[in-house]
Write a protein that binds this ligand. Structure first.
Ligand code: URA
Length: 188
């Protein structure tokens, strides 16, 4: 089986096995999306209303902004892999609980290990704090962190969440500047 078929099989397995309680209220599951051979993986928080409806991560307004920032560094959505720490929309877009994050964690772990990217970008504090609980997004954004996760020592770049930056002009500029650090971070 090639990597892309393996990834498909992995999602099919977890669609059956994921025990996350959020699945009761969501329209559908929103698995990770993108190239199995991607050198960069973005980890967001949880699907929103549009993602829940379409079954793909980051297809709403935060996703449009993410696509714009990818273009600004000459990358396309098709070149990368985008996923979330939880795979189902929390009711009313509330923050996912630690139990919900833990219930989806094995799925995330397996997809990242299979893709094995050069760089993992956290979109927002929820995904960062699951792996680096002592970091603060206001201090850690745009700074490469190294840590042993997903089976080996890897590089992680925390960024503000695009949805938070959409409605805050100064965060928006910070996020755009931090995004420019990605090409270099991928080579470290
Ligand atoms: N915000 C996220 O964190 N993930 C999505 O898929 C969409 C919006």
């Amino acid at each position: 089986m090639n990597k892309s078929d393996e990834l498909k099989a992995l999602h099919e397995k977890w669609l059956q096995e994921c025990a996350c309680e959020l699945r009761k209220n969501a329209i559908q599951c929103v698995p990770g999306d993108g190239k199995a051979s991607a050198q960069i993986v973005f980890i967001g928080e949880a699907p929103g209303a549009k993602e829940d409806k379409d079954g793909r991560p980051f297809v709403g307004s935060a996703g449009k902004f993410l696509a714009e920032m990818l273009e600004s560094i000459k990358m396309k959505r098709e070149d990368v892999y985008i996923t979330n720490i939880v795979k189902y929309r929390p009711p009313e877009n509330r923050d996912p609980t630690s139990k919900e994050i833990a219930d989806c964690a094995k799925w995330l772990e397996e997809e990242i290990k299979l893709i094995d990217p050069a760089l993992i970008v956290f979109l927002g504090r929820h995904s960062m704090n699951h792996f680096f609980p002592n970091e603060k997004i206001s201090e850690a954004h745009g700074i490469l962190i190294t840590g042993e996760h997903f089976g080996k020592v890897r590089n992680f770049l925390p960024l503000y969440h695009p949805a938070a930056a959409l409605y805050n002009g100064s965060l928006r500029e910070v996020l755009k500047e931090d995004f420019k650090k990605i090409p270099r971070a991928m080579k470290m």
